[in-house]
Design a protein around this ligand. Structure first.
Ligand code: NAD
Length: 261
């Protein structure tokens, strides 16, 4: 099959729920067909997949652990067989440490687990996708790939009870720059989106703590961020609205990290 027939295709990891699902919905609404990568059994995400189909997308579900090299390879093979092309990769899948432990006590096991999922997996998924995108560019000069990494304000704001998460996201930040530099000659733009406090299952455990901090003035825009806030930002990048800004960071944090006196 020609790699350049039909609608554009986006792969979003961790899109079974939360921020990833909102990104997938945004891109479906932009006219993309969608490959969803996630860990859940397909029936658990049936509603999520239907919500993408309702927006006009053809949808492929890949049950794949982003930290597993063989699973990543299988996922890309399946996408190639189904769609024959891949225009957009959004590295969104990520985890917080299972236990929030002070960095004086935190374990190597937790460090390795978080790092493999949040940094190593996406880094090597990007490597494989980049090679495929370069192939597509060589076959069609019109091809314009785009890669978006979802990091976190934790890339620059230390939380001493989840050091491994902060380090993994700081790594994602550097990975964004590396890939932006390496892929520029192929017209493949690479961006980082740095969300602040977003209302998802990941932050459900700390909802009350931050509710209170928000009331006390933590944010300039005094509300939780919503997954859709990130979804819209990704759509903007993928559309090419910031087409002359490869390698840049888009902060979606309601002003949390704006220094003030
Ligand atoms: P979430 O826990 O609601 O959703 C994450 C999804 O990723 C889940 O569906 C999960 O199954 C999937 N996933 C986890 N490990 C995976 C793996 N190994 N392989 C494939 N899929 C996997 O979390 P969320 O809040 O939607 O977070 C999405 C991304 O945004 C993460 O990278 C997170 O670090 C980042 N982020 C979240 C916030 C926030 O406040 N929620 C803030 C900044 C950054």
């Amino acid at each position: 099959m020609s790699a350049f027939m039909g609608r554009k295709v986006a792969l979003i990891t961790g899109a079974g729920r939360g921020i990833g699902l909102a990104i997938a919905k945004s891109l479906a609404a932009e006219g993309y067909d969608i490959a969803v990568g996630d860990l859940h059994e397909e029936e658990k995400v049936a509603q999520a997949l239907q919500s993408l189909k309702d927006r006009g997308a053809e949808v492929l579900y890949c049950r794949a652990d982003v930290s597993d090299a063989a699973a990543r390879r299988r996922m890309l093979t399946t996408i190639r067989e189904r769609f024959g092309r891949l225009d957009v990769l959004v590295n969104n899948a990520g985890v917080a440490p299972k236990v929030r432990a002070d960095i004086l006590e935190a374990t190597e096991e937790s460090f390795a687990w978080v790092m493999r999922i949040n940094l190593q997996g996406p880094y090597f998924l990007t490597q494989a996708v980049a090679k495929w995108m370069i192939e597509q560019k060589k076959a069609d000069p019109e091809f314009a790939g785009c890669i978006v990494n979802i990091s976190s304000i934790s890339a620059e704001v230390p939380s001493v009870n989840r050091g491994e998460y902060c380090i993994s996201k700081a790594g994602v930040s550097m990975a964004t720059k590396l890939w932006a530099v390496r892929l520029a000659e192929f017209g493949i733009n690479v961006y980082e989106i740095r969300p602040g406090l977003i209302k998802t299952e990941m932050t459900a455990q700390v909802r009350e703590k931050y509710d209170e901090l928000i009331v006390q003035g933590l944010l300039l825009q005094p509300r939780w961020g919503l997954p859709e806030d990130v979804g819209r930002a990704v759509a903007m990048l993928v559309r090419g609205d910031l087409g002359y800004s490869t390698g840049q960071v888009i902060v979606v944090d309601g002003g949390l990290t704006l220094p003030r006196l």
